[in-house]
Each structure stands twice: as structure tokens, then as C-alpha cells.
Design a protein around this ligand. Structure first.
Ligand code: EPZ
Length: 422
């Protein structure tokens, strides 16, 4: 069964701060990034506990609005606490967000909308301080589509006065999930489905229970793992309607699939055709988060595949370890050319970010012999049961822990390596 969405759970956890009450999130993924967000919320005074995959958040005792840079640098999504603390306390003092080094990842689009709502922004060294006597409802058109900036603007607007109208917003399913969570909490939000969101500030909020939707990137990862090894897999609770761009590519490479209810059955025995050109883009385009995964599969296809990365400026990092395994990849600016099929050979490789790590798991399943993936804690930032799922599907993955400091509460174990036999 496909886990709950990391990129929906994180903004929704931040959004819980907007209400001085209780939030219950069902189907919450037990992954390192969620544990990091939980720890940050606890330091702000939120009482949390788990019952299975249900996360309980009690925000009655939230005090202060400061978050240390040692916390924020652990993940990009920490930036979303700026919008929720601004919406709740009209102030936030925090370090800059960290996260996967897939690009510069500035936050200018976030700060621009805060400033336009009337906030005062002070940046000194690694500390960002945003304060406001009051937040005005505004009409704002984003100059560039940004998931995080859209989410932060929505969160701040909840604490604003009057209507905030956001145009050229991100339309990723995770943004939609955040809005549906906030509507359940009592916020009036109108979404025209074409990139305009209207949020009414100052609504009366109430306790809320919400089910985190399944993770489309995890579903895509498993589908592409099946494609790489020409297997047949069945995904339960797959968000099929969010996978159109991937399924179109999957059919082009020769895959076949069947949808029945929330179950997606794939048959990759016919997968062989290279993909002449795939471009990443904002939703509903092909997601940049699946690009490294697709690159790994392209190594097994017959002919030359090309990928153009249009969202992040440094997201071809997985090409280096893939080439160490024998892949034939050439990077020219925003374009990657992959010649296949390549004979991949297992060897020690390094995961450099979350989705690159998952791509190496896929490549390792197609490689002869054993592959050792160093720094697999990157993978555990976003995948709860990837290793178990791959073993269930017939792969062989074993985790060899150098050392895990049991006292670590962030859920990110010490340096680990993962051994996979293709
Ligand atoms: C979110 O990151 C996701 N993370 C990313 O997933 C995902 O790749 C990305 O959206 C794109 O879909 C979470 O939701 C936690 P953006 P985010 O703002 O919000 C530029 C994963 O693997 N930009 O939509 O940081 C930016 O540099 C992660 O799960 C600015 O220029 O992405 C990028 O080129 C990786 N200024 C583009 O916009 C800003 O102020 C899109 O970034 C903000 C962004």
C-alpha cells in the first residue's frame, strides 16, 4: 500500500499551528522529515503523540515563534513554519531552510508575498525575522510558480485580514491537500482549479481530523522500479489520477497498466522503447521529483533517451553514481542524454539527495551483483517502507548500520549503507 504523502504531510503539520486546538492526521508517513517537523513543533510547545500512523497534535500551549537554524537547516519544508507562525503569532524568527542540494533554492518568492501583506523582514546572517502588526489581505500574482511559496502565502493569509487572492499559484496535489485540510479546519478557500486561490483571513477555526493522501512520488518510484526490472506489480491506494504524466511515459516505453478502484496493476514485460524527450514541469507536467528515477529506468531502454530538467538547476546529480555503475549518460546544461541498454554493474555508490537515492535503488535492481548505497538516510527522509516493498516485490535489500544512535529523535539514523543485490 502506498504511504501517505511526505509533501502533503509537512505543510499540513505546519498548518496545524494556525489553530489553538487539536489536529489528528491519519495515514501520516513515519519518515525522517516528518519526525524532524514533529520535533520542531514540539520545541514550539506542540504536544504530539502517535497511534499507529495517526499523528496527534495539540497546539493549545504553543509559545514563542523562534526556530533555531540547527533545526531549519535539516529540511526545506521548515520554511513553511514561517507562514503558519506569521499567520498565528504575526512573528517568526528562524534560520534559513536546508534540504536537498538540487539547486540554489532561494526563498525570495516567499518573502515577497509576506512583505506585500505588510510584514517587516529583517535578514541578518543566518537568521530571518518576519514581523507584522497586522497582515493585509492582498491580490498577488506569483512571478514564478513555486509550491512552497504558494503554501506559505496560503498559511499567512489564514491569519490575514480580509480576502487574499493568489494568482499563478502552484497546482500540485500537495497544495490542494493543504487547502482541503484548511477548509476542514474552517478556513474559507476558493480554488478555481487554474492557479488562482482566494483565502479569507480571520475565520473561526476548529479541531480537525484529516487523512493524508497517498504519496504520488512514492507510487511513481515503485512503478518505475517495476519498469526497470520488467516486472508486474500491483499498487494499492495509488493516487492514479495524479500520475497521468508518468503513465503516459510508461505506455510510451512499452508498459501496460490496469486501474481498478484505488489499485494500479502494471505489466512491464513489454518495456523497451527509449523516450526521445521528457521535460519536467509544474503540475500536471512530469514531476521533477520523478526525474532521477526515470533516468535510472532510461539506462535500461533500447536507444537514446533525453531528459530536460526545467525546474531545478542542479538535479542531475544521480548521473555520476549511475555512470560509476556503467550507465552511459551525457549532461549538457539542462539536458541529459542516456544511451541504453547499459550493462549496469553493482558497486559502492553515494546517495546525494532523496530522489537520487531512490534512483540508485532502482538502478541497483537492474545491476549485476551487489550495490552498496552509502548515505541511505537520504532515502529514509521520504520513504517509509521502500526497502520492505522492494523485498516484497522480489528484490533483495539489506541495511547495514555503521552505527545508529538510538537516542537520536530526528529519525535520521547515523551514516548508513544499504546493500542491494540486482
Ligand atoms: C517542493 O519544493 C517539494 N518539496 C520538492 O520536493 C519539489 O521538487 C518541488 O516542490 C517542486 O515540485 C516539498 O514540498 C517539501 P518550488 P519547493 O518552490 O517548494 C524556485 C522532494 O524530493 N524558487 O516549487 O522548494 C526554485 O529554486 C522535494 O520531495 C525561487 O526561485 O519547490 C525552483 O527552481 C525535492 N524562489 C522552482 O522555483 C523561491 O522563493 C520551484 O521550486 C522559491 C522557489
Amino acid at each position: 500500500m502506498v504511504q501517505g504523502s511526505k509533501n502533503a504531510a509537512l505543510p499540513i503539520m505546519a498548518a496545524a499551528l494556525l489553530h489553538n486546538g487539536c489536529t489528528i492526521l491519519h495515514g501520516c508517513p513515519k519518515i525522517a522529515d516528518v519526525f524532524v517537523m514533529e520535533q520542531i513543533l514540539q520545541k514550539l510547545g506542540v504536544t504530539t503523540h502517535w497511534e499507529g500512523h495517526s499523528l496527534f497534535l495539540d497546539c493549545h500551549q504553543v509559545c514563542g515563534c523562534s526556530i533555531s537554524s540547527s533545526e531549519t537547516e535539516k529540511m526545506r519544508a521548515s520554511v513553511l513554519l514561517a507562514g503558519s507562525l506569521l499567520g498565528r503569532e504575526k512573528c517568526v524568527c528562524m534560520g534559513y531552510p536546508g534540504g536537498c542540494v538540487i539547486g540554489r533554492r532561494p526563498i525570495d518568492l516567499h518573502l515577497e508575498v509576506f512583505a506585500r501583506m505588510g510584514a517587516d523582514i529583517q535578514e541578518d546572517g543566518d537568521c530571518l525575522r518576519v514581523t507584522a502588526d497586522r497582515l493585509q489581505g492582498i491580490r498577488h500574482r506569483f512571478p514564478k510558480v513555486s509550491v512552497g511559496a504558494t503554501e506559505n502565502a496560503v498559511l499567512a493569509a489564514v491569519g490575514g485580514e480580509g480576502w487574499t487572492i493568489l494568482e499563478n499559484t502552484a497546482r500540485e496535489p500537495e497544495v490542494t491537500a493543504l487547502c482541503s485540510f484548511l477548509k476542514k479546519m474552517g478556513v474559507r478557500i476558493e480554488d478555481n482549479g487554474r492557479g488562482t486561490l482566494c483565502i479569507l483571513g480571520g475565520c473561526i477555526l476548529s479541531d480537525v481530523e484529516y487523512v493524508i493522501p497517498p504519496d504520488r512520488i512514492v507510487a511513481g518510484t515503485l512503478l518505475l522500479a517495476g519498469a526497470a526490472v520488467r516486472g508486474k506489480i500491483t499498487l494499492f491506494k495509488a493516487p492514479v489520477q495524479q500520475l497521468d504524466s508518468l503513465l503516459t511515459l510508461y505506455q510510451k516505453m512499452g508498459g501496460q497498466y490496469l486501474v481498478s478502484g484505488g489499485t494500479l496493476e502494471t505489466d512491464s514485460r513489454g518495456v523497451r522503447n527509449a523516450l526521445p524527450l521528457t521535460e519536467t514541469g509544474v503540475y500536471p507536467g512530469f514531476p521533477t521529483d520523478m526525474q532521477p528515477l526515470l533516468m535510472a529506468v532510461c539506462c535500461t531502454l533500447q536507444g537514446e533517451s533525453r531528459i530536460r530538467e526545467k525546474v531545478f538547476e542542479n538535479r542531475f546529480r544521480v548521473a555520476k553514481p549511475l555512470k560509476e555503475m556503467g550507465a552511459k549518460i551525457r549532461i549538457r546544461g539542462a539536458y541529459a542524454k542516456i544511451q541504453g541498454p547499459a550493462v549496469l554493474k553493482g558497486c559502492p555508490v553515494e546517495a546525494m539527495d532523496l530522489r537520487a537515492g531512490a534512483a540508485l535503488v532502482i538502478a541497483a535492481l537492474c545491476a549485476a551483483g551487489e550495490t552498496i548505497i552509502e548515505s541511505c538516510e537520504y532515502i529514509e527522509r521520504g520513504y517509509e517502507t521502500l526497502y520492505q516493498d522492494i523485498n516484497l516485490l522480489g528484490g533483495r535489500i539489506r541495511k547495514e548500520n555503521d552505527s545508529i544512535d538510538e537516542t537520536e529523535t530526528t529519525g535520521i539514523p547515523a551514516k548508513n549503507k544499504k546493500e542491494i543485490t540486482g
